[in-house]
Design a protein around this ligand. Structure first.
Ligand SMILES: Nc1ncnc2c1ncn2[C@@H]1O[C@H](COP(=O)(O)OP(=O)(O)OP(=O)(O)O)[C@@H](O)[C@H]1O
Ligand SMILES: [Mg+2]
Length: 384
């Protein structure tokens, strides 16, 4: 079958690091990627074929992006889903469907969807805006309060163990979820084509910083049994199928004390837990995202080795233009891969890049990482 080039004009809503890392796959396929982002010179705008500067909820900006694109995909889910649904109804091809983005935007609706679809997830109740601690106690402590809308990177999540924690509750419409005490968190990236063809990556193990509720580092494959790994892949595929659309999805899972799997949440896009795939897998998550958008056969997901990925976040106590320390030392380490996201302002905790190490076994890799992390610092150029 012959195809004319460029293969497509791909529009991406959001020009952050995920769209930036999609750019090499687009370039390799002669796909012209245009991103929509409010920020001039956004991380992806710096490397894309084109950038439209505009808000992600702005009807006119979203319409312009659609007019300039054959297919539209996403860098994040906090976008004007209702407007996108109208544009999709008018015939603009979007991967995944904006109805799925809209469902996923609301964590509570997402949970209800899992419940209705027979997908295991931690028990939950809606509390809306009710500040009554008696309701929380009746549900049972410890539990987790989650905002319906707008949470990301652990914001919008509050663990409640006591009345004192409740005093620090999120002051927004929320629901309560049972605290899952197993301590192991997995994530599975799944790509799905319009035909239904699906591939799942090896589950990765997310090691979360318990104070920030933010990913510390992840290792692939997860250090769990082969049986659990396969079950996680099957559950992740079932979860993606339940949305009845296609694209790339990150499925976050909890392992309970009893060794059962529960779906935490899904990202309808590339995900932090798939970054290692750039160097460590036969096909990167970004290439499979592009293939799912273009309806091309999906690529193999096998790992080439054991991988560890860590976010490089802004050092506390500094703001301003980014400064990196330890790059010379890092560059001397074999199979260490740095990705800097091109952000021109560094703030404490801001994701500025990530680092992937590849090796032969987990212990050696984690040791190597502990050495690296002490030397490698990214910070603003001005003390706060
Ligand atoms: N029910 C739960 N039981 C135990 N820990 C939980 C629970 N829900 C969330 N957490 C912890 O909080 C972290 C963040 O929660 P969640 O993934 O729901 O929020 P998020 O803001 O979307 O985070 P991210 O953007 O980092 O994925 C989880 O990875 C987990 O460590
Ligand atoms: Mg999460």
């Amino acid at each position: 079958m012959s195809k004319s080039l460029p293969l497509a004009r791909l529009g991406v809503v959001g020009g952050g690091q995920l769209a930036r890392m999609l750019a090499p796959a687009c370039n390799a396929h002669h796909v012209q990627m245009t991103v929509l982002d409010p920020m001039h010179n956004s991380p992806a705008g710096q490397v894309a074929y084109g950038q439209i500067q505009g808000a992600l909820h702005d009807p006119a900006a979203l319409k312009t992006l659609c007019e300039q694109s054959d297919i539209v995909t996403f860098d994040l889910e906090n976008v004007g889903a209702d407007i996108l649904m109208t544009l999709a109804d008018q015939g603009v091809q979007m991967v995944p469907a904006p109805a799925t983005i809209r469902l996923i935007q609301n964590k509570f609706e997402q949970k209800r969807h899992y419940q209705a679809s027979g997908i295991p997830t931690a028990d939950f109740i809606d509390i809306g805006d009710n500040p009554d601690f008696a309701v929380v106690e009746a549900f049972g402590l410890p539990c987790v309060q989650k905002a319906h809308m707008g949470g990301y990177d652990g914001r919008g999540v509050q663990v409640i163990r006591s009345a004192a924690d409740w005093d620090k509750r999120l002051k927004t419409t929320s629901f309560l979820e049972k605290f899952v005490s197993g301590g192991t968190e997995l994530a599975v990236m799944v790509a799905r084509r319009a035909s239904g063809e699906m591939v799942a990556y090896d589950p990765v193990e997310m090691v979360v910083d318990p104070t920030l509720n933010l990913l510390d580092y992840l290792v692939a494959p997860a250090r769990v049994s082969d049986v659990l790994r396969r079950q996680a892949q099957e559950l992740a595929k079932q979860t993606v199928e339940s949305f009845d659309t296609h694209g790339l999805f990150g499925v976050e899972l909890f392992v309970t004390d009893d060794g059962d799997l529960l779906v935490n949440e899904v990202a309808p896009r590339a995900h932090n837990s798939g970054h290692h795939s750039i160097e460590a897998c036969v096909t990167s998550q970004f290439e499979n995202q592009l293939r799912a958008c273009l309806d091309l056969p999906l690529g193999a997901t096998e790992l080439r080795g054991v991988a560890l990925t860590a976010n490089l976040v802004g050092e506390p106590g500094f703001v301003g233009s980014p400064v990196i320390e330890g790059l010379d030392e890092l560059s001397q380490i074999p199979d260490a891969h740095i990705h800097l996201y091109g952000k021109d302002e560094c703030r404490p905790g801001r994701k500025m890049g990530h680092l992937t190490l590849i090796g032969k076994n987990h212990d050696e890799l984690i040791q190597r990482f502990e050495l690296v992390r002490n030397n490698l610092i990214i910070r603003g150029d001005t003390p706060q």
